[in-house]
Every structure is written in C-alpha cells, then in structure tokens.
Design a protein around this ligand. Structure first.
Ligand code: ADP
Ligand code: ADP
Length: 219
C-alpha cells in the first residue's frame, strides 16, 4: 500500500482562502516524488497536511496506513516522531554539535541506547557521503554538507516518509545535485520521499512530478 495517501483533500483557511481543492495523491514505499508549482499554489499546505502538522478541511489522509482523522493530537505527534522525517530549506543544526551527535539526536525519542544511536548515526552519515565528517561542527561544514547532515538526522530513525521543503533552495547547483543524489538513494531503505520545489529544473530531475496550481493537481 501507499505510504502517503490523500483522497479528495481540501484545505480552506479561516480567511476563506482555498489552499487545496480536492487533491488526490498516492506515494508508494521507496518512491521519490517532486511536488512542483508556483508560489501560492498550495505546496506548503500540502506538505503540512502530509506531515500531519495541519488537518485537512475535508478528505482523507493516510500516513503509513494510519487514518490521520482518527488520531488524537497526541497520537499524531507520535506518528510524526516515529514515521515522518522533515528537511527544510534552512537546516537547523545546533551550533557546536558534531555531525555524529546531531544525527544521533534523531534517535533520542526512540528508546535506542547511545552506543547504538552513535553507530547508526555513523552508518547513515557514511551513506550520505559524510563518513569523513563525523566530528565536524556546523561551521566547519559547507552548506551542502550541512543539508546532508540534516537529511541524515531526518532518516536515521528510518521514517516511512521523508518530507523535504525546497531542500536545495539555499545551495549552489553542485551541492544541490549532491543533495538530490542523496534523496534518490534513500529508496534503498524503503523511505518514500516527497520533495517540494518551485524550481522546474530540480523537479525535472526527479523520477515523478506532481504539478500543483491553485490547490489542484494539474498533472
Ligand atoms: P506555496 O507553498 O505553493 O507558496 P501555500 O500552501 O503557502 O503555497 O499557500 C497556498 C494559499 O494559501 C496561498 O493563497 C496562501 O496565501 C494561502 N495560505 C497559506 N497559509 C495560510 C494561512 N495560514 N492562512 C490563510 N491563508 C493561507
Ligand atoms: P539492517 O537492519 O541490518 O541495518 P536494513 O535492510 O534495515 O538492514 O538496512 C540496510 C542498510 O540500509 C543499513 O545499513 C541501514 O542503516 C540502511 N538504511 C535503512 N533504512 C534507511 C534509511 N531510511 N535511510 C538511510 N539508510 C537506511
């Protein structure tokens, strides 16, 4: 089944703005999908709904088989913490923290013991090409390397779904390409990845694109 499933999802804000209007979307395990559209087309709203940060006004949202409408806010927080990873345009890495510790922090709420947290953090950092940067702190890393640390932290808990909001937005094209390669590599672990972008060139390099306009999927 789909890791993320939207059926007839609409979102109307209190001010009457219709940000999503009957969106259907299914993302399978291991799939990498780009959601592309101009500013105001509903991308962030879609990401917030997929990430269970926001509830739809109508329609159905299933994440990893769970019907979001049936879950309490508390159960939703648990779902987010354990099954969804988030990556943003501006990566929030704690100043002074090594890459290894930052990534290991991604397992803090899983009950994993520290030696195992560090082992898995080192393993995932190797997979994103940062095996030689474990002890580096954010100021010693390039923007692209910092973004790869943020991705490693987001996936170290092996979420079913990774949501990336303009993950290459702050990067030069070479670093951006590297980040796209890393996102492409995640399907090996079975993680479904949804990349939000307004950049048609970035979207064109992803295996599947979903186009949004005025809150509707246009193709
Ligand atoms: P995008 O990410 O593609 O730029 P958004 O999802 O941010 O699009 O916005 C879609 C529409 O919803 C826009 O018209 C925007 O102004 C509106 N919108 C977004 N968030 C809110 C909000 N919290 N309250 C009211 N309107 C909103
Ligand atoms: P194991 O449980 O023995 O590690 P898996 O098949 O679960 O075997 O994983 C194989 C490899 O893939 C491991 O090295 C693991 O760390 C890595 N891996 C699994 N899921 C992910 C993921 N979401 N992101 C990055 N690496 C992952």
């Amino acid at each position: 089944g789909a890791v993320a499933l939207l059926r007839g999802v609409s979102k109307v804000f209190d001010n009457g703005v219709v940000a999503l209007a009957g969106v259907d979307l299914a993302v399978a395990a291991g799939e990498l999908v780009g959601v592309v559209g101009p500013s105001g087309s509903g991308k962030s709203t879609l990401l917030n709904v997929l990430g269970t940060l926001d509830r739809p006004s109508s329609g159905e949202v299933l994440v990893d088989g769970e019907d979001v409408a049936a879950l309490s806010d508390r159960a939703l927080s648990a779902l987010r913490a354990h099954r969804i990873g988030f990556v943003f345009q501006r990566f929030h890495l704690t100043a002074g923290k090594t890459a290894l510790d930052s990534v290991a922090d991604g397992l803090l709420y899983t009950g994993t013991r520290r030696p195992e947290r560090l082992r898995r953090a080192g393993d995932v950092l190797g997979r994103v090409g940062l095996g030689d940067r474990l002890a580096h702190r954010p100021h010693q890393l390039s923007g692209g390397e910092r973004q790869r640390v943020a991705i490693a932290r987001a996936v170290v808990g092996r979420p079913a779904l990774l949501l990336a909001d303009e993950p290459t937005g702050n990067l030069d094209s070479e670093s951006g390409t590297r980040v796209l390669e890393v996102l492409r590599g995640l399907h090996v672990g079975g993680t479904a990845v949804v990349v939000i972008t307004h950049d048609l060139d970035i979207a064109a390099r992803l295996p599947r694109q979903v186009h949004l306009r005025d809150g509707r999927v246009t193709g």
